[in-house]
Design a protein around this ligand. Structure first.
Ligand SMILES: C[S@@+](CC[C@H](N)C(=O)[O-])C[C@H]1O[C@@H](n2cnc3c(N)ncnc32)[C@H](O)[C@@H]1O
Length: 352
């Protein structure tokens, strides 16, 4: 039976037994704080079952070496050679190595991951044009993803899109500097836009965003940093650091009262409203007529009111159906580092 490795964010740790049960997982082993390796006869369920939305990232495990790298002499050389013999003939576009415990303060595995990647790339002798960074990957081409930790080495080939992230383990971790961060939501949209680059190119500077539920303004400040024009709405005020920004129009009001100015057409809409998710999606879809064709919609789906896996599943289905009815098609949805009991969902407005 083939082995698979999945990542489930710690906020959903209470749902892990149910997730693994839905996947028909056997011989489960927990790795680090958020990874699980197991065997299943139905790997399709990883992407096609109510468990799928809780799986942040996943690969087939085609090579594993359970060992303690710290105690293994010549670990890097032996690991690089075994990866070469196993995968060279399948021509991965690049090799990326991450940690099973990405939050760990211990520098040992961070440098081990970097050194193992360096040595493996040398052994593979990839062509000059091969992607040097995770961001340069073709998101539809196969990459050799490896994860290492005190439990050993786990590796498999997948495209970033199939794995659901450009980096081993998922999306890029965006560090926050408490002093100049308006709110933690800033890192959430930064990570979300980075993730979205797997599916479509970034909107050019000057694009106009409509933002619902902007206060205190962490996301607003990230959009402004990228050179976007922002019309932001919230009942609560924005952080004074954003006052008088020349590319920002702030409307302190209820979203329900907002009527776009005559002729307004936005390139993107962002909705991070709190409150019942069906109400939040209704606020967004009321405004889809004011979006340009193929405009982007980014929606934080807060799972307020849903406790169990099946309740969250049903809620998400209702939200997606509502969006689809309003002409928004789903691009992707994921759970990001800064998401709590919520998901970030990306839609695109239809072209006509
Ligand atoms: C999670 S916070 C938004 C955080 C924000 N995106 C940031 O980057 O800092 C949710 C916001 O939604 C606002 N909100 C909820 N319902 C609203 C409504 N009907 N009209 C206007 N604002 C609303 C709240 O005032 C609150 O500031």
């Amino acid at each position: 039976m083939p082995s698979h490795l999945i990542r489930v964010s710690e906020v959903f740790s209470g749902l892990v037994p149910e997730i693994l049960g839905l996947l028909g997982a056997e011989k489960v082993k927990k790795l680090g704080s958020e990874f699980f390796v197991f065997q299943t006869e139905s790997p399709d369920l990883i992407t096609d079952s109510p468990a799928a939305r809780f799986i942040r990232w996943h690969i087939p495990v085609e090579h594993s070496w359970p060992c303690n790298p710290e105690k293994m002499e010549g670990f890097i050389e032996k690991a690089a050679q075994s990866l070469y013999y196993k995968f060279e003939s399948r021509h991965p576009q690049t090799v990326l190595v991450g940690r099973l415990d990405p939050g760990s303060q211990k520098p040992y595995y961070k440098s081990l991951a970097s050194n193992l990647r360096g040595r493996t790339l040398q052994v593979f002798e990839l062509p000059e044009r091969a992607p040097k960074t995770a961001e340069e990957q073709n998101s539809s081409k196969q990459t050799l993803f490896c994860l290492i930790g005190k439990e050993g080495l786990f590796a498999g080939m997948a495209s970033p899109k199939a794995a659901n992230g450009l980096h081993p383990g998922g999306s890029k971790f965006i560090a926050q500097n408490a002093e100049d961060t308006v709110s933690r939501a800033g890192a959430k949209i930064a990570e979300g836009l980075h993730y979205l680059s797997m599916f479509r190119p970034a909107l050019p500077a000057g694009s106009h965003w409509l933002e619902l539920g902007a206060s205190p303004g962490g996301m607003t400040s990230e959009l402004l940093k990228r050179g976007y024009e922002v019309t932001a709405i919230d009942r609560a005020p924005l952080d004074p650091r954003l006052a008088n920004h020349r590319h920002l129009t702030f409307i302190k009001d209820d979203t329900a009262a907002f009527i776009p100015p005559r002729g307004a057409r936005y390139d993107a809409i962002l909705c991070d409203l709190n409150g019942p998710p069906l109400q939040a999606i209704a606020h967004l879809t009321r405004l889809t007529d004011f979006l340009k064709p193929r405009a982007l919609a980014v929606f934080t789906l807060k799972t307020t009111g849903a406790e169990t896996l099946m309740e969250i599943d049903a809620l998400e289905k209702q939200v997606l159906a509502h969006a689809e009815k309003a002409g928004l098609s789903l691009i992707a949805r994921t759970h990001l580092t800064y998401n709590r009991q919520e998901f970030t969902v990306f839609f695109e407005k239809s072209a006509d």
